[in-house]
Design a protein around this ligand. Structure first.
Ligand SMILES: Nc1ncnc2c1ncn2[C@@H]1O[C@H](COP(=O)(O)OP(=O)(O)OP(=O)(O)O)[C@@H](O)[C@H]1O
Length: 574
């Protein structure tokens, strides 16, 4: 016998059945809808990928992000390309070289204007100095590049390319970021044309004549190497230092960068790095020597300023890592990265707090962020050491660092493998003063010491400022002696064309004394400044040297006296 259906179910039995039927219908309908949806999505996906593979097959495309160095090459290529410039109606202007655009030297501007015009007409020719990446807009010098979403059509060596600058927004942590990129689309089955375009854009960006030196700086946000600034090379002979300092240094750099040396390091598994530390008085030629070495060996200079606003350990590391091999990294004023504890201890500060955390001194330290709205540098000593010789840091580059305060440097920097070569620079010597004078006023009858380029340069210089003033080697020697004596011994007057005879015996004795014991401290930069004031008149430069040196000495004495009084007053107040 079947059990009885409970009463409370009895009435609902048929209704429950109907509900179940309805539920089944709904379920099957939902499944069918879902299946149709999936099918539609799959078909759509198939169509999209079919479309994109057809598109890719006929129009290969490259995307170059703003954060990649290639973005700069393309921008600069478009600024130089007459084809592109014709198509750009609305544009972005980047005045890359404001220094030039502020010049109100109309002749020079005309020269630049003609050079750019002729370059646009004959792109195969090299552009004159410093205008390589520029487009000329009347008296403003800068780069003209397309705005967003504008397509530029180029026929590059037979390949048809569309280059479009685009931008997209995306969320990054708590704020929205806009990132730009170039889209380069070609009309062909292979991306060969696009690759060739990129190779040529790269070549044009780094192209320089043998008289140019390219100086790269870091982009503040991305820490990419941007905006190479072409500068005239620094002639080797224009840096006046003892030959026993200059020549071995040049040879050392040359040897280090040679293929044999690179292979030697590689074969032994030793990182191929070499650091040079140039230390000493301001204006003594540290930067000039580094520039002259780069000029002599055709290296580009990559300038790193660890104290710049926005700089941190990661960016510093990236900058070092991304420096192309075979070039020079120049770290100016390396002492500003030293922790405050060391700096205070070295400068004898009485309030030094030895409890400072050396790793977190960036906030107290960085100086260059004012006004830029960027956060201060947070580069630490360990970050710097890591960038110099960490596992991932650069190889095959030479590192030059300069400092006016070697005493502030941490001893970790002198560890072998970091700065293997250290050179000290001093104030000008008697011999250097003479040589600088001769460099300023060369006697052109005998320029056997000058290389061809340098002699042409000196010839031009002299012809425009000094027509026929120096008449013989003897006269030059005499004036140079008089100048050096004037600088280092204002009371001694030797025989010169404009001076009456003096007691020569006394003069020669004093000369010997002064060659060995020079008390005046004058930098080469100061001597250069003085000679520039008399660049048209070597006689006056020689004659007035002693008065000038005297006034320098008196000013210095005054200053020292003032400082002593101030210190005394401060002590008395305490
Ligand atoms: N030994 C030198 N020979 C020729 N010129 C020099 C020499 N030293 C300095 N000068 C001139 O003085 C100026 C400053 O030189 P430079 O910048 O090389 O000095 P520095 O030692 O790097 O100074 P700082 O430490 O202040 O950066 C330059 O214009 C340079 O031409």
């Amino acid at each position: 016998m079947l059990p009885e259906i409970p009463a409370f179910l009895g009435n609902q039995g048929s209704a429950g059945l109907t509900n179940n039927v309805k539920l089944d219908d709904i379920l099957s309908l939902a499944i069918r809808i879902a299946l149709i949806g999936l099918l539609a999505a799959a078909v759509r996906q198939l169509c999209t990928s079919f479309e994109s593979s057809i598109y890719d097959a006929f129009f290969p495309t490259a995307h170059i992000s703003q954060t990649d160095p290639a973005f700069e090459w393309i921008q600069s290529y478009l600024a130089q390309s007459p084809q592109a410039q014709k198509q750009i109606k609305s544009f972005r202007l980047k005045t890359a070289d404001l220094r030039q655009s502020r010049r109100d030297d109309s002749n020079r501007l005309k020269e630049v204007q003609n050079a750019v015009k002729s370059f646009l007409r004959h792109p195969e020719s090299t552009l004159s100095l410093a205008r390589k990446n520029a487009t000329f807009v009347d008296s403003v010098i800068g780069q003209i590049s397309p705005i967003n979403e504008q397509s530029i059509f180029l026929n590059h060596k037979g390949a048809y390319l569309w280059i479009t600058r685009k931008s997209k927004c995306y969320a990054k942590v708590e704020f929205l970021t806009r990132e730009e990129h170039f889209e380069i689309c070609g009309l062909s089955f292979q991306p060969k044309g696009i690759k060739q375009f990129l190779i040529d854009a790269h070549g044009a960006f780094f192209k320089k004549s043998h008289k140019e030196l390219l100086i790269f700086n870091l982009g503040p946000q991305t820490a990419n190497w941007i905006d190479p600034i072409p500068r005239p090379t620094r002639p080797w002979l224009s840096v006046i230092l003892p030959d026993e300092v200059k020549e071995p240094l040049l040879q050392d750099v040359k040897d280090f960068l040679s293929d044999e040396e690179t292979e030697w390091y590689c074969a032994r598994g030793i990182p191929h790095r070499r650091g040079y530390l140039l230390q000493g008085k301001p204006g003594s030629g540290k930067t000039s020597l580094a520039t002259a070495i780069a000029s002599q060996l055709g290296l580009d200079i990559y300038i790193v300023n660890p104290a710049a606003g926005g700089m941190d350990d990661n960016k510093l590391n990236k900058a070092f890592r991304n420096c192309p091999p075979g070039n020079m990294i120049l770290l100016e004023d390396i002492d500003c990265v030293m922790p405050p504890r060391i700096r205070r201890a070295q400068s004898g500060s009485e309030n030094g707090n030895d409890g400072d955390d050396d790793e977190n001194y960036g906030d107290n330290n960085a100086t260059n962020s004012g006004g830029t709205g960027m956060v201060k540098s947070t580069v630490t000593l360990s970050g710097l050491l890591n960038a110099i010789d960490g596992v991932s840091s650069q190889e095959d580059c030479i590192l030059f660092a300069t400092t006016n305060h070697p005493e502030r440097l941490d001893s970790a920097l002198s560890r072998p493998g970091r700065f293997d070569v250290q050179l000290s620079f001093h104030d000008a010597t008697y011999e250097q003063a003479k040589l600088l004078f001769k460099h300023f006023f060369p006697y052109l009858g005998n320029n056997s010491n000058l290389s061809k380029d340098e002699s042409t340069l000196s010839e031009k210089k002299v012809n425009c400022v000094l027509p026929g003033k120096i008449e013989s080697d003897g006269q030059l020697e005499e004036l140079a002696e008089q100048f050096a004596h004037g600088v280092f011994n204002p009371n001694l007057i030797i025989k010169s064309c404009d001076q009456p005879d003096v007691d020569l015996e006394k003069a020669y004795q004093a000369e010997e004394d002064y060659k060995t014991k020079i008390e005046v401290q004058i930098s080469m930069a100061a001597l250069q400044g003085y000679l520039l004031m008399h660049k048209k008149d070597p006689n006056q430069a020689a004659i007035q040297a002693s008065a000038w040196s005297d006034s320098l000495r008196m000013n210095k004495q005054e200053e020292e006296k003032k400082n002593r009084l101030l210190k005394k007053a401060a002590r008395e107040r305490k």
